[in-house]
Write a protein that binds this ligand. Structure first.
Ligand code: GLY
Ligand code: MN
Ligand code: MN
Length: 500
């Protein structure tokens, strides 16, 4: 009766599940019949179908395998919260409720592809899985939907994961897979393709890995322009993120009083994400004082002192898996010092200069150039550069980049750094199109031990990050509702104090 393939890992030495047939017969009986709801397709189903049609047209005659991926081990027998691969979610519309280990297969037909979603369907009471398997058993991790439920919900043909074996039997050179989603499955596909290739033809092309790279690229590029559903999700994610920032501002007295105030910044934001019913799209960066000079400070274990700036970089990720990515930098004590304001205003000026040029037809990299023109000019004015701003901006110099080593913008969507496998000519050198969503996030970071800057600047880090939508006529700052000028930030902090 036990399904050994899905047996629990490393827990058999402490399992107390009774094995007698008296018990197994007893626990398997007297369960009410399941009433299966067959829902209509969810909102994103039609959008996902349109995306599948586009990728299908790019890969005629090829079998495309897009795995969701398995749960990832955090330590021993505990996993990280499950998160499906973004390409899988994009093509299925299955987000936070996706069943781990699922696989989308686009089977070539004479007219295109037929899509089938393979997943581990709900187990019956005739198996011992539901009570004895801590990894996937219903009593341990919750029920799974039936094939009919998911078919109705996502508007897709569904099949049990066990039927995937039969597909894999047929795998040969004409099969392409998203490689980084599910290592075991990728190994199996590679093995099948090797068997199918002539022994003398073991180059990447015949193994199919070149085609895999092309598929990953195409799936990334498919996401460069967001559809109406995605833009709506981004707006919702950003609205929830704004509420998280508001919560942190309201909690500042407790944050400053705590010996590890950064932990409270993170906790308060993440609590809002959970209270909204969602999650965070990446580890919240809660960096006070000199920690703000560490671009991805996620240890968040320091205090927040009254004179500190707090750099908070956070985003709520919805059930659809779309995430915001927003940074605000604010004074813990409510008011910027003169020096903090000087730096803040320069960063804001850079952000505004970048935003001002955004419209369809410009190149993505021009946004960065516009921001860097301000950063070079201001840091030169302050006497920080060994040359003039004009000299510094030349590609062979770039002295000002000592204070901002990261880029100004990245695409945003299902992944915080979305479309990462898109070609450079469509990404950095690409032309903006309506529907693109990306960040504008200049910063200035004066490391505490940087001898090129006066002491008063050392240990100050400022980033302002907004989420931008390219429209037909220009651009919309989707996160404009979160205060961003120094005056508005101070008023925001003052308002929170009044309402406490
Ligand atoms: N939160 C990471 C980034 O802004 O790119
Ligand atoms: Mn970002
Ligand atoms: Mn960010």
């Amino acid at each position: 009766m036990a399904d050994k393939k899905t047996a629990p890992r490393a827990t058999s030495n402490r399992s107390t599940v009774p094995l007698s047939t008296t018990f197994t017969d007893y626990i398997s009986s007297n369960w009410a019949e399941r009433v299966e709801e067959a829902p209509g397709p969810r909102e994103q189903a039609a959008f996902a179908a349109a995306r599948r049609a586009r990728i299908s047209a790019m890969h005629p005659g090829k079998r495309l395998i897009i795995p969701a991926g398995s749960a990832k081990v955090r330590s021993n027998d505990t996993d990280y919260a499950y998160r499906a691969h973004s390409a899988f979610s994009h093509l299925t519309g299955w987000g936070a409720d996706a069943v781990a280990g699922s696989v989308l297969v686009l089977e070539p037909t004479t007219t295109g592809h037929e899509a089938t979603l393979y997943f581990r369907k709900a187990a019956g009471r005739d198996s011992d899985e539901f009570y004895s398997n801590p990894e996937i058993g219903e009593f341990w991790t919750g029920p799974r939907p039936s094939l009919a439920q998911v078919a109705g919900d996502l508007g897709l043909e569904t099949a049990d994961l066990s039927d995937l074996d039969e597909v894999l039997e047929r795998v040969g050179a004409g099969t392409v897979i998203v490689r980084d989603a599910d290592r075991d499955l990728t190994d199996r596909v590679d093995g099948r393709r090797l068997l199918a290739a002539d022994s003398g033809q073991l180059e990447a092309e015949s193994r199919g890995t070149d085609a895999d790279t092309t598929l990953a690229r195409d799936l990334s590029e498919l996401r460069l322009v967001k559809d109406a559903y995605e833009i709506d999700q981004m707006r919702r994610a950003i609205a929830a993120t704004k509420r998280g920032f508001d919560d942190v501002i309201a909690d500042l007295p407790a944050i400053v009083a705590h010996r590890r105030g950064e932990r409270l910044v993170e906790g308060t934001f993440n609590r809002r994400a959970r209270a909204e019913g969602y999650a965070v799209g990446y580890d919240t960066i809660a960096a006070a004082g000199r920690h703000a000079c560490v671009l991805h400070w996620t240890r968040n274990d320091g205090p927040v002192l009254p004179g500190d700036l707090i750099l908070m970089d956070a985003g709520v990720e919805l059930d659809s898996l779309y995430t915001a990515d927003i940074t605000r930098t604010f004074p813990a004590g409510g008011v910027f010092s003169e020096t903090q304001r000087l730096v803040y205003d320069a960063v804001r000026e850079a952000a505004d200069a970048a935003f001002a040029i955004v419209r369809p037809g410009i190149r993505f990299r021009e946004i960065h150039a516009a921001a860097m023109e301000v950063i070079a000019r201001r840091t030169a004015e302050w006497g920080l550069l060994p040359v003039s701003a004009e000299e510094s901006i030349k590609p062979e110099n770039q002295f000002h980049r000592r204070y901002m080593v990261h880029g100004t913008s990245h695409h945003l969507g299902l992944d915080v750094h979305d479309c990462a496998q898109a070609r450079r000519e469509l990404y950095l050198d690409g032309l903006l199109e309506p529907g693109m969503v990306f960040t504008i996030e200049p910063g200035l970071y004066f490391q505490p031990d940087d001898l090129t800057v006066p002491e008063r600047l050392r240990g100050i880090g400022v980033r302002i990050e907004d989420n931008i939508l390219v429209t037909e006529s220009g651009a919309e700052n989707l996160s404009i509702g979160i205060p961003r000028t120094a005056d508005d930030v101070e008023a925001w902090l003052a308002g929170a104090a009044v309402s406490d």
